[in-house]
Design a protein. Structure first.
Length: 136
């Protein structure tokens, strides 16, 4: 009976510590769901007014886009192999069994080279898809 407030305080201290540690470890957070961005999967959306929003995955960027049509200047994605930033219009996209982000369930991968996209698709049962930011 008397012990539980101590446990609650302890949990609060742990939470405070982990939050400050997360902030210290740096890195950007997703503009949609505020989770930490893995640089290798980062998607940047640059708006007509020059601002850039960063997203943790294709899934979040697409969700944001759905409600913000017409505001976008260009979209930059990251090649999974080299970490190089490329324009979404020249990237290769593969939807495969590998989830890039457990919290969003995104399974769309980005490659700068067609050969890398084909290799990933072959290895992980994926298919090359159209640019997911362009509406059919
Ligand atoms: Zn996100």
């Amino acid at each position: 009976m008397k012990k539980w407030p101590i446990i609650v305080i302890f949990i609060f201290i742990l939470l405070a510590l982990s939050t400050s540690l997360m902030k210290k470890s740096g890195g950007d957070v997703c503009a949609l769901d505020a989770i930490k961005i893995e640089p290798i999967y980062q998607v940047d959306i640059t708006l007509a007014d020059g601002k850039t929003l960063k997203f943790c995955c294709i899934g979040c960027a697409r969700k944001w886009l759905a409600g913000n049509k017409g505001k976008v200047e260009y979209i930059t994605v990251t090649d999974e192999v080299t970490g190089k930033r490329i324009d979404a219009s020249i990237a290769w996209f593969v939807e495969s069994s590998i989830v890039t982000n457990q919290s969003t369930g995104n399974r769309i991968h980005v490659f700068a080279e067609k050969a890398d996209a084909e290799k990933h698709a072959k290895e992980f049962g994926g298919t090359i898809i159209q640019n997911p930011f362009v509406e059919p």
